[in-house]
Design a protein around this ligand. Sequence first.
Ligand code: UDX
Length: 453
Amino acid sequence: MPVSENRRLVLVLFPLQGHINPMLQLATILNSRGFSITIAHPEFNSPDPSNYPNFTFLPIPDGLSKSSFAAQDFHSTMIAIHRNCQEPLRRFILQTLEQNNPQGQVACIVYDAVMHFAQKVASQLNLPSINVRTSAAASMLAFAAFPRADEQGYITFADSLTQDESHKLQSLELRDLLITMGENPSDTTLELRAATTSATRNSCATIVNTIQFLEEETLPKIREYFHAPIFAIGPFHKLAPSSSSSLLEEDTGCISWLDKQASRSVLYVSFGSVASMNEEQLLETAMGLAMSERPFLWVVRPSSVGCTEWVELLPKGFQEIIGQRGCIVKWAPQKEVLAHGAVGGFWTHCGWNSTLESICEGVPMLCWPVFGDQVLDAKYISHLWKIGLQLEAKLERGKIARAIRQLMVEEEGEEIRRKAQEFKVRAEQSLDIGGSTNTSLNELVELILSFQS
Ligand code: UDX
């Protein structure tokens, strides 16, 4: 029996789709290495336990209603979660510790970085904690680099970087990086970033859903600042067998529609689980898709366009275009879609999961970042890795159509398409024995086994 079998890990989830997916994938990876798994999660947006029969689920009362979790009120909702969930989490883990569970004593708390209070709970219970970043590693530095009040006044890291004009973060200048995270963050935002950074520094290690080659120069800078080991063991979804963790029902009919389309001909359009658009943006998107003359599969989440329920504002003539070469769904099995041979481009909001999923299938991206780390990811994709093109924030049909054709058809986009394929191969190589992800994962397992339970 592997030593890991009598070790239980408690994973603490943040209840948004873009965080639930990678955390459950990570749980599956660690379970496949023999660890028993408990998933502690706020009651809001609970994952479906029946998809994970090997795991124990621990719902934490959060005092939240669905309507209070609006994207624009993201930070105050997070604060409510922090305020309401810390004590129940401590009590639940304490109970688990006292149960003397035959399936393993708790060896460690593994928490989503934004659930930073879990680090405090771990420390109160004398348990080691590991922090998980579900976004790019660079976002750790972006959080830390923000000037913030701490016990010494202002953090010097940010100062030293801004004074050194030559200091570059993997060819993204700090100035750009700061802008990506908002030029005038509110006090609430600063507090959240400070608490997240401080919890990261107090944890035994950090796991990042990234691949070494994607952030080759950023990772050493992060290691300099956060002294505990950093394990780049992404892409999680390629290491974890694909149980669905979708909160919305996946419309699998779009796969049959894709089956009928020519190889690499379809543009997949999706803006993740949080971003929304207004009526004008919907119209420009639709007309841009029409003018591009490419087949498209478009995900429009219910209630994600202005005050409407779904796509009732689309112009009547657009129905005809859909009949000829389009498919609109409320939620797609995205990983399957991106892996489908008919898909040749992805118009994305650049959420980190979408970014990694696209890279792993060699699909070039059209970037339209909406908020937060998406702006940083878009910079990576279009400026640094050069596996995509960036659209301007203001959507205009003519520019959209031109960008789609450049990305998918025209000679100008040839190098981008070639590079996207190259990245797919490099991502696969990282998973091979001796590859960066494989090696890092083995080291992580060794570290967890070294914790006394
Ligand atoms: C959020 C933030 O917006 C993002 O920037 C951050 O990096 C993670 O948290 P989200 O906006 O939902 O996430 O985007 P993303 O990170 O791309 O995650 C979306 C997930 O939902 C992906 O795993 C994607 O495969 C899945 N998805 C999306 C579907 O399964 N079906 C869909 O139709 C759309």
